[in-house]
Design a protein around this ligand. Sequence first.
Ligand code: SIN
Length: 311
Amino acid sequence: MDYRHIDVTPMTPTIGATIHGVDLNNVATDAVYDEIREALWRHHVVFFRDQPIEPEAQVALGRRFGELTRHEFMETIDDDGQVQRIVQEGYGISPNSRWHTDVTFRARPNMVGILRAVELPPIGGDTLWCSTGAAFDAIPDPIKTMLLGLDAEHDMFWSRRWKSSGEVERSLESEIRELEENPIAIHPAVINHPVTGRLTLYINSNWTKKFVGVDLELSYGLIGMLWEWVKKPEFQVRFKWEKDSVAIWDNFATQHLATLDYEPHRRTMHRVIAGSAIPTLDREALPEHLRPPTSPPRSLTRAKAARVAAA
Ligand code: SIN
């Protein structure tokens, strides 16, 4: 596509582009938003420099991608609870410093994230994104076929296994409420991107717990292999923030990670998350050579039971 209203410069052959020629506080026409969306679906994450957008402008920008959604645990800075403040200071871990796609424990995860750098450490604190479509493309066909036949459980509480003394303690009541409000979500291990249809890997190290019908030990090994796979530099772009840099990422085409290398300095970001979709895979539309078997996977216990019944 030729852009008529914005300048788009790819940062790698696979993922990431910088956009110039836009003032996000004063976007002139709908056509500019159309081109920003087009660049986003094509490059998966787009970056802008020198955009001191106020929370209202960040909310308005988010609405161009769909309805804004709140986040269960995040502190917010506006009355409507839509602009999240992500602050890291001192020593300790952050759930954002592991590769993840946002809120996959929901039935309808958000489509887009918009992050603005408000306060930065003297050096460090870069964010990395990887293309989960490129990661899937590079997998050999027999393993693709296996993954295309699997669904996976995404459990909000699964990320607590990383818990350390750096994480905020919650009361038992709030833990129970969160558990009730966030039952396990089941998503295909590979999905069609909701806009482009591209096949994209949908497994992440924060919330993907196990494959449906596959024992935990086996799932854990296979899922762990995929966490490692997305870390290949060929799938990634790394962004060095400046104050008032803005990133918009496609949450259905990427994973991201905030580098935690600036302790004990303070880093503050403002984020909105917008739009949402149910992750789906059209298995009927897959090319013949990638079609998975139609029988559902069976856990060890079910396989034993079936053997006993057949004997
Ligand atoms: C996030 O994980 O959404 C935030 C990333 C960052 O703080 O760089």
